[in-house]
Design a binder for this molecule. Structure first.
Ligand code: C2E
Ligand code: MG
Ligand code: MG
Ligand code: MG
Length: 285
């Protein structure tokens, strides 16, 4: 009996594993097709300065809208692209399209672009990234690169060289999801980081939870004393915004301020803004 139960257990396990492999193989197949058809596109989430709420830039977030699957979240397809060695190609396609959009907008604002861990261990990264900027006639100052602690630690020496080469042409470096890694503070002493992005998990209900409030206040003080810029991620409520503005957190992003949107949405938003500015100017003279 025990033997029979064991066999049934294994059979069930086999079936489940087989099913998981099929699901994954299908996703891989569709991801390759999406890349070949250039279906992974940049969305742009606005970043604002907190007291004035003036627009200060955009974070580029990859979106895959599949004709059959519908919306596939980046938390699903980015790790798969990394595993399959497709992340370089994905990044280059999305950055290229983001730069193309940027050059068409009436603005000098920068975009902020996420890179995966393994890209930060690849010495050819600066050449690839700068090649794309060049192709669109954009200076390095229009780009910020977001990296996670995980990314950097793989090979600190290579990461340092990559950052130096990017910094030499004015590209700035942000440490993303700050506070969630195992060595957030160590990284700050090891690499020339320009900005930290306080992870969304600390911002949620920061006004209501005293512990969280103290941590965020402490991180802001730390950043100030190290001369680092700060962006708060995931601001969803007015009270969170007020809490951060009161403590002079310079920049913020989140659903309260603006959701990620396609390039056409940004263009419309910038044109409306330019129109309002022109009107204010006419009213003033
Ligand atoms: P991330 O870089 O930390 O990006 C911020 C994530 O928070 C985005 O999720 C954004 O849509 C979401 N978000 C922004 N404001 C709010 C808010 O107020 N509330 C909530 N609940 N969420 C908010 P998204 O677009 O699903 O991306 C998830 C992660 O996938 C990103 O986290 C980033 O690590 C990765 N990712 C996205 N696009 C790329 C890419 O092109 N390359 C790489 N390497 N990673 C990417
Ligand atoms: Mg990011
Ligand atoms: Mg983040
Ligand atoms: Mg994140």
């Amino acid at each position: 009996r025990a033997k029979q139960a064991g066999r049934d257990g294994w059979a069930r396990y086999d079936a489940a594993l087989g099913e998981a492999l099929r699901v994954r193989a299908a996703l891989e197949h569709d991801l390759r097709r999406a890349l070949a058809e250039d279906r992974i596109t940049p969305f742009f989430q606005p970043i604002y300065d907190l007291p004035g709420r003036r627009l200060r830039g955009f974070e580029v977030l990859s979106r895959w809208n599949d004709p059959e699957r519908g919306y596939v979240p980046p938390d699903l397809f980015i790790p798969l692209a990394e595993e399959l060695g497709l992340i370089e190609r994905l990044s280059e396609q999305v950055l290229d399209r983001a730069c193309a959009a940027l050059t068409g907008w009436p603005t000098d604002l920068p975009i902020s672009f996420n890179l995966s861990p393994r890209q930060f261990a690849d010495a050819s990264l600066p050449r690839r990234v700068l090649g794309i900027l060049d192709r669109h006639g954009l200076p390095g100052s229009r780009l910020e690169i977001e990296i996670t602690e995980r990314a950097v630690l793989a090979d600190l020496e290579v990461a340092r060289r990559i950052i130096a080469q990017l910094a030499a042409v004015g590209v700035r470096i942000s440490l993303d999801d700050f506070g969630t890694g195992t060595s957030s503070l160590a990284i700050l002493t090891q690499l020339p980081i320009d900005r930290i992005k306080i992870d969304r998990s600390f911002i949620a209900e920061v006004d209501l939870l005293p512990e969280r409030g103290k941590i965020v206040s402490g991180v802001l003080a730390l950043a100030r004393s190290l001369g680092l810029d700060v962006t708060a991620e995931g601001i969803e409520r007015d009270e969170e915004l007020a809490f951060l503005a009161e403590r002079r957190c310079a920049l913020g992003q989140g659903f309260l301020l603006g959701r990620p949107q396609p390039a056409e949405g940004v263009a419309a938003m910038l044109e409306a803004e330019a129109g309002r500015a022109a009107e204010a100017l006419r009213a003033a003279v």
